[in-house]
Design a protein around this ligand. Structure first.
Ligand code: C2E
Ligand code: MG
Ligand code: MG
Length: 562
């Protein structure tokens, strides 16, 4: 029977069955026909004879029986025809419902529900020919971006085209399903001696999908990551579904690893990947739960004018104070927060705290904050930042946004409009980690940067004279050519500082001046240097004086008691 029918209407099968079984109607029609032949054979000659005037009126009972017969034939036949039509209509509706229940409405591929049974069937079938089965999990890397930038309609067209391209490359007996969103899975047979064929399949899928997709008059490029898992031995047919399920799970883990390595790649499942994934899930859960609990806190790194040696501002660097993992580096949690889509929320929370902290500092001190490339692609980013500035009352000209070169490669149009709007608000813009991201001179000129930050990988090497000193010199003269002030990151010792001082007017930061510190330690440092905002400094001095007074009176009390 058709499994899909139960999902539409549980009583359908029964009704359809009874309709099909309604041979009674046909039986009545056939019986009536036989009777008609019997009675008609007697009555009809009598009627004809009567008309010709050769005989008396025909037998009334027989004539009535004949008429009843005719009525029964008409009724039986019509009923039978009607039922047949009804059965045909229901059968087609049921087939449609069945098909709908099995397929994905957008792409026409199998859906998630049907993938495992299909994969299990293939696992059993190929085992008979001593072949193996493999699952390839496919996930688009940039689908959200396609949707955001070009709209949902374009996203649908892209998904349909990707489905078509995957389908075109499937080997005989292979099946592909859309598991949901931008996730597809294929199950394919393979020769156990030739697992390389699966590498080739993954590579050609990537190649085919990355070719530009024409949507109306635009071209969209989809990138994808593929994970591969295969059966090594023939599974027991009784456990074929479990086997298919674990193939899918393993392919998913491998796909996730491929994604981590970058766009348009594939990876084979390896058992160690599973524990890594578990750890990653723990981090993800921890990040999501930690944001509202205030576990993410700003630390501050001093920024110094290298000529005068004065403290001129701080760079805010995020830290995760996790009860489970301890103090976690942003290099771990920022990329994960980007992946799981919480970077904007996390950053907003940190900026809010940093602006409150920086309100207490001397009005000459600047605050630099790092912004993820993803945030810059949000056309509302500048409005959100403006709201935070207004709420805190922090002057925009003291805020410096650091963006990395990777921002310049994708969606330069949106980035430019966000940057321009930030500049219009008076916010300063710095290009962070300069020298690592291959930005072209044209890109540098096209955005209104206020400062370049020379990446620390060049700066830390400065002590050992050689190639890197030349690189820093080249970067500094490039910056001068663009008339842009510069900050050198990663100054770790006095030798490096000495070399940098010969290169003209620079700002700098690094462990030579101290490690990044939390808000309290930064406050204490500024209090010591008398670099807090005047009213905050006064209040701090008063609090200190009061504390000193209390301490001395407590001492006196103790002496008096002693
Ligand atoms: P970045 O903006 O280039 O920050 C400088 C990094 O270099 C910081 O690492 C800092 O602690 C480190 N550093 C500073 N001086 C020295 C030095 O003398 N020697 C060495 N070896 N390292 C030094 P951190 O705090 O681990 O931050 C790493 C990166 O994480 C940052 O690089 C920044 O790109 C990103 N990041 C930090 N906070 C945030 C944030 O709130 N939002 C976003 N989107 N990214 C952030
Ligand atoms: Mg930075
Ligand atoms: Mg940097």
């Amino acid at each position: 029977m058709y499994p899909g029918s139960n999902t539409i209407d549980g009583s359908n099968n029964e009704r359809l069955g009874s309709a099909e079984r309604d041979v009674v109607a046909l039986g009545i029609a056939v019986a009536a026909l036989i009777l008609f032949v019997g009675t008609g054979g007697t009555v009809l000659p009598q009627i004809v004879a009567t008309w010709l005037g050769h005989a008396q009126n025909p037998d009334v009972i027989l004539s009535n029986a004949l008429l009843l017969n005719i009525a029964l034939i008409i009724f039986g036949w019509r009923r039978y025809a009607q039922l047949s039509r009804e059965v045909a209509e229901r059968r087609s509706a049921e087939e449609k419902a069945h098909q709908l229940a099995q397929t994905d409405a957008l792409t026409g591929l199998l859906n998630r529900r049907c993938f495992i049974p299909a994969a299990a069937r293939l696992v059993i079938d190929v085992a008979e020919t001593n072949q193996g089965a493999a699952v390839l999990m496919i996930d688009l890397d940039n689908f959200k971006q396609i949707n955001d930038v070009h709209g949902h309609k374009a996203g649908d067209v892209a998904l349909t085209e990707v489905a078509r391209r995957i389908e075109a490359l499937l080997p005989i007996n292979g099946t592909v399903a859309r598991l949901g969103g931008d996730e597809f899975a294929c199950v394919v047979p393979y020769e156990r001696r030739l697992p390389d064929k699966l590498d080739q399949l993954a590579a050609s899928l990537i190649e085919a999908v990355r070719a530009p997709i024409q949507i109306e008059n635009k071209e969209v490029e989809a990138a994808l990551s593929v994970g591969i898992a295969r059966t090594i031995e023939n599974p027991d047919p009784a456990t074929a579904e479990d086997c298919a399920q674990s193939l899918l799970h393993h392919a998913d883990i491998a796909m996730y690893h491929a994604k981590k390595r970058g766009h348009n790649g594939y990876a084979w499942f390896e058992p160690t990947m599973e524990s890594e994934l578990r750890f990653r899930h723990e981090l993800e859960t921890g990040i999501r739960a930690g944001i509202p609990k205030g576990e993410f806190v700003p630390f501050y790194e001093q920024q110094i004018d290298l000529v005068t040696g004065d403290l001129v501002g701080f760079e805010m660097l995020a830290r995760w104070n996790s009860p489970q993992f301890g103090l976690v580096s942003p290099e771990i949690f920022i990329p994960i927060s980007e992946d799981i889509g919480v970077i904007a929320e996390l950053s907003e929370h940190l900026i809010q705290q940093a602006l409150l902290d920086a309100q207490k500092w001397d009005s000459n001190l600047t605050l630099s904050i790092n912004i993820s490339p993803l945030q810059l692609r949000d056309p509302w980013f500048s409005q959100k930042l403006l709201r935070l500035l207004v709420e805190s009352g922090f002057p925009p000209h003291r805020l410096d946004i650091e963006i990395t070169e990777s921002c310049l490669h994708e969606n330069i149009g949106v980035v430019r409009s966000v940057v321009t709007s930030l500049k219009n608000q008076g916010v300063q813009i710095s290009l962070d980690d300069f020298g690592t991201g291959y930005s072209s001179l044209a890109q540098l000129r096209s955005l209104p940067f206020d400062r370049l930050k020379i990446d620390r990988s060049f700066v830390t090497e400065l002590a050992h004279e050689g190639a890197n000193a030349k690189i820093v010199e080249a970067i500094v003269s490039l910056g001068r050519g663009f008339d842009l002030p510069m900050t050198a990151e990663g100054i770790e010792n006095a030798e490096v500082l000495k070399v940098l001082r010969t290169m003209g007017q620079l700002k700098g930061q690094g462990y030579l001046y101290g490690r990044p510190e939390d808000a309290n330690k930064t406050f204490a440092r500024l209090k010591e240097k008398r670099m807090l905002a005047p009213e905050v400094q006064e209040a701090a001095d008063r609090a200190d004086a009061l504390a000193a007074e209390n301490a001395s009176s407590a001492e006196e009390d103790q002496r008096a008691m002693g």
